[in-house]
Ligand binder design. Sequence first.
Ligand SMILES: [Zn+2]
Length: 391
Amino acid sequence: MIRLRLKTSIVYILSIAFILALMKFTNIVKYNLPYTMVKSYFVYVNEMNRYEQLVFDKKGGAFSNVEHPNEEDELYVIIIGESNNREHMGLYGYYRQTNPLLKKISTELVLYKDVISPHANTISSLSKVLTLGNYEMPEMKFKGLIFQLFNKAEFETYWLSNQEPIGTHETGITKLTKSADKRFFVNSKSNRKKSPFDDMIFTPLAKILQEKANKKFIIIQLLGSHVDYANRYPPDYNKFTETPLTDFKNKTAYTQINAYDNSILYTDFIISQVIEKVKNTKIKSYVLYFSDHGEDVYKASNKAFHAEDYKSKYMYEIPFLLWRSEKFINNTNNLVFDINRKYMTDDLIYSIADLSNIKFDEFVAKKSLFNNKFEYRKRIILDSLNYDTFF
Ligand SMILES: [Zn+2]
């Protein structure tokens, strides 16, 4: 009897294994929803646990012998935009002036022409941008986080976000930001819905700027141009209402493109305000703005979206601009600011370390956009596509 049961069980297990193997080799598995869901769930739980273990030590991470001079006050700010395709920015030559305020201070900006994101969605992209993980070594994202590096360099570190802290897409990022000294979440609504506008960040930002610490590192995450675009700006910014230039002649396209451009116009206001507030402190400082990824707004097809499965360059092309205070400019002659360098932001942690004069044993000079030893590296997206030759 027992033997018979054992036999039946083996037959069952072998059959399931055979079906799964067949599905995998025939590629059916890719489209099998229950399988994908179960697999994604386990991957997700595993990732969460690994991040949890990592952020437990705020001064941990694979950064040895971290060194940073302690001579003067410093204030370094990174603004991460949301779904901002640079081609819709007046600063980058868009036919509509969606950056009137940044344009006024354009001589103070270093505007990089060819920077791309490693992925076309927030979580995949930022889990590389904010960690040691990159395309060649994605697992390194569990080995070191940008806040851990700055904590080790004796900075006070802050995460200030207008994106929902708990949600299917943002949870991994929320987890890794636990390594910051202080976190401020100004939005508890779903990202897609009508949420608070990005100006919500100004109150906590003012509070942070007043804090006593003499070395501050702040990362601000905007809601920027997240769908639905029309929910991202107050009525005063509903400026672009005429029929836009597009190959797709339909009313939905016109409405969406206009709303998208208005959201970029509002982001122009937010970035300019942050720069002004930082500038007013007169501390040695920089503000770096880039987007988590781009967005295809009625360019390659008759819709506006971002998704990894679609091979659209608009989902990867991001703005990347740097503002530096006078004190910063006068004290960083060793850095190189070449706007034509082709860069992918999965190696950004090395650039930020370099820009902030933080040294550590594992630093790789050729991966830093601002280093004279910088080397162009193939920009691989979607596992094997060479961005520079494919598009
Ligand atoms: Zn995003």
